[in-house]
Ligand binder design. Structure first.
Ligand SMILES: [Zn+2]
Length: 314
């Protein structure tokens, strides 16, 4: 077996994907139960405002600013009792706050933009996008864990949002991340791409699926590729990962070695699936193919495809 750690690049591939630029120090081991209350009265605190899959951004000239001061979000109907503390960056505490004002009722100086568009259109810098990934995922987890899974009683937030405790049986639950394997199966000068019905017209991407309980990442790659495309995968190599706040996943990107080439597509999951040659994929990455394209540069799929397409093959 080869020891590969010191052959790994100094700059991890995960640094270059969307939502990965979080610089907030989470301080999750040092939080008191009133950590949010303390942060909210800190004049240096900054907050992002989130509602129904959208972030509310201040329009300042040509720029969009995601951060509000503690007194600066009254117009948005902040629900401060549900705020979560993301941690601290160099400027002070950072929080995420669910807000009640509907997008249609916002003043012209504030825009409600869905998370996906924010990253696809590059509307925020990488650090703010990282804060959004953390805040959106945490708020989504809280909103779907208001009751205890063991006894059904109400749960309450603790530790600034890093825990919930049941008011009935005192069971503690912690914010979770759902692992998703996303993979590019390759064979000689071809790779396997598919289309889900909800993709924009013309877009092809890597196959993906949730890692199941008791399963390794490598076996999830092999199982999903077989289930969705009928392709057996041999060797699997990890490439990079991406926080994915829809609602709280971690995309785990791998390359896999395809062992057969006769595709047997799962019609329930995909509407198309086929092999693409390396030159076709390079043209798609360069935007030179009429009506065919791959996901945008922030997407981990783009990075998996690019890493392979740029290889010199024999
Ligand atoms: Zn309980």
């Amino acid at each position: 077996m080869t020891f590969t750690l010191f052959d790994a690049p100094q700059q991890e591939a995960s640094q270059f994907v969307g939502f990965a630029g979080n610089v907030i120090e989470r301080l999750s081991e040092q939080r008191s139960d009133d950590a949010v209350e303390i942060a909210l009265v800190d004049p240096a605190a900054r907050m992002i405002a989130v509602r129904s899959g959208r972030i509310y951004l201040k329009v300042i000239g040509e720029d969009l600013d995601p951060f509000y001061s503690p007194n600066g979000m009254d117009l948005l109907g902040p629900r401060l009792q549900h705020a979560v503390l993301l941690g601290r960056d160099s400027a002070g505490p950072v929080l995420a706050v669910p807000v009640g004002t509907e997008p249609d009722d916002l003043p012209e100086t504030i825009k409600a933009i869905d998370f996906r568009s924010v990253y696809v259109q590059g509307l925020l810098n990488t650090e703010a996008l990282g804060a959004l990934a953390q805040g959106a995922a945490l708020l989504a987890w809280h909103s779907s864990h208001r009751f205890c899974g063991r006894c059904g009683s109400k749960t309450e937030m603790r530790a600034g949002g890093y825990k919930r405790v049941c008011t009935g049986c005192e069971t503690e639950s912690f914010p979770r991340t759902d692992p998703v394997a996303i993979m590019l199966a390759v064979q000689e000068d071809r790779c396997l791409l598919g289309r889900s019905p909800h993709f924009p017209e013309g877009m092809y991407s890597c196959l993906a699926g949730f890692v199941e309980p008791g399963e390794t990442i490598e076996n999830a790659v092999r199982r999903e590729t077989m289930e969705e495309a009928g392709i057996r995968v041999g060797r699997v190599a990890y490439h990079s990962s991406q926080p994915w706040p829809f609602p709280y996943s971690l995309m785990i990107g791998c390359h896999g070695e395809a062992l057969n080439d006769d595709i047997c597509m799962d019609d329930d999951e995909l509407e198309a699936c086929r092999w693409f040659t390396q030159s076709e994929v390079r043209a798609m990455l360069r935007g030179e193919t009429e009506g065919l394209f791959v996901p945008p540069p922030g997407a981990i799929a783009n990075h998996l495809i690019k890493a392979w397409a740029n290889l010199e093959l024999n």
